[in-house]
Design a protein around this ligand. Structure first.
Ligand SMILES: N[C@@H](Cc1c[nH]c[nH+]1)C(=O)O
Length: 361
């Protein structure tokens, strides 16, 4: 196992590479306000963050990543366009695998720019790829923007679209909802009984929970409305599946997605973005003909991603976490921007893992 000093030295060297690409060094506090920020990461990180309380500042967490605090800092007082780099420890509780560290160093690079998003995607990817060579890592890419557009384009009610969009990051729940909304899976018996009862509140037990009677009634009304909705058609479910099943090198994936877009025009714009990104990657010397694209890639990562997503993996050690990951998070800047927003993309490298793999090589 590499020593801390060694990891720090490598982190500094990687950060210097990002500085050479025009990034400004930034620092963020280790303790971050959990109440405001934790939701932005999604359920996986929510379950894994170390949260503690402070009498004056409320709930605090050990930073689970840098992107959210860096976005917050940029939206408060950053000039445009901007590029940042940082290094330091992040903290994530491990529950299943004791071999995985709960504290590790990241070195990151983030670009905030209104112009040429495809080129910014390609620049981040190429910079990280170069920093990882000569290790022979497998790169995976995907595009959450295509999935989001596909869900948005479904012919169904807004609440159903919202529920599916929220569960893009929980593949099993997403699947179950899709089955239910398309009528392929039956309504659960308890739900059916509730809906069959003309006035379930009249016979309900005394209210002892946190919800008021009005809230419970509103929820029942929403469930009734949902039960009356027209099922999502089998054709549309098949199209979603076709997107999730894409697993090809980039040019073939693009071709496949273009075909799907003929029947699902809602993804057309997102597919054009992919095409622009492929061209930008090619211009930066990335061998796009060999680069994999997976329709469902990124669904177990940070929930703030809404476009390009990527990761680099040790092909011979699938048990190890990715050595680098990143993606585009335009909407996150809106959430933290108090009325302002700016397209943004970035990624991180784990220098500790990089050193470990170099030792093994
Ligand atoms: N912050 C992300 C990586 C990232 C940086 N920028 C964009 N994505 C992580 O820790 O996984």
């Amino acid at each position: 196992m590499p020593q801390r000093a060694e990891i720090r030295a490598r982190a500094d060297a990687l950060r210097a590479r990002f500085e050479a690409a025009g990034a400004v060094r930034v620092e963020t506090s280790v303790l971050q306000p959990a109440e405001v920020l934790l939701d932005l990461y999604g359920e996986d990180i929510r379950a894994r963050a170390y949260v503690t309380s402070d009498a004056l500042r409320g709930e605090q967490m050990l930073r689970p990543d840098f992107t959210v605090p860096v976005v917050q800092m940029h939206m408060e007082h950053g000039a445009e366009p901007a590029r940042y780099t940082y290094t330091g420890e992040v903290f994530r509780r491990q529950e299943d695998d004791a071999a995985r560290p709960n504290e590790y160093t990241q070195v990151g690079f983030e670009i905030f720019a209104r112009q040429a998003p495809a080129d910014a995607d390609a620049e981040v990817f190429a910079l990280i790829r170069d920093a990882l060579s000569p290790l022979d890592l497998r790169a995976a890419t995907g595009d959450i923007g295509i999935l989001k557009a596909a869900v948005q384009g479904l012919e169904t009610t807004e609440p159903r679209k919202r529920a599916l969009a929220r569960h893009i990051w929980r593949p099993r729940r997403f699947r179950a909802l899709l089955e239910r909304y398309s009528g392929r899976a039956p309504v659960p018996p308890s739900r059916a009984a509730l809906l069959a009862d003309g006035d379930p509140l009249a016979r309900a037990a005394p209210l002892i929970g946190l919800r008021s009677k009005a809230e419970v009634a509103a929820r029942i009304a929403a469930l009734r409305e949902d039960a009356a909705a027209t099922p999502i058609s089998a054709v549309q479910v098949d199209l979603i599946d076709a997107i999730l099943d894409v697993r090809e090198t980039l040019p073939y994936a693009l071709e496949r997605l273009r075909d799907i877009a003929v029947d699902m025009p809602a993804i057309t714009e997102a597919v054009f973005c992919l095409q622009d990104r492929i061209e930008a990657l090619d211009k930066r010397g990335v061998d796009v003909g060999a680069l994999e694209f997976e329709g469902s890639y990124g669904r177990t990562q940070m929930e703030y991603y809404d476009g390009f997503v990527f990761g680099f993996y040790a092909g011979t050690r699938p048990d190890l976490p990715p050595v680098a990951t990143g993606g585009r998070y335009d909407a996150l800047t809106r959430v933290l921007g108090q009325g302002r927003e700016i397209p943004a993309v970035g990624g991180v490298i784990r220098p500790g893992l990089l050193l470990r793999l170099e030792d093994l090589a």
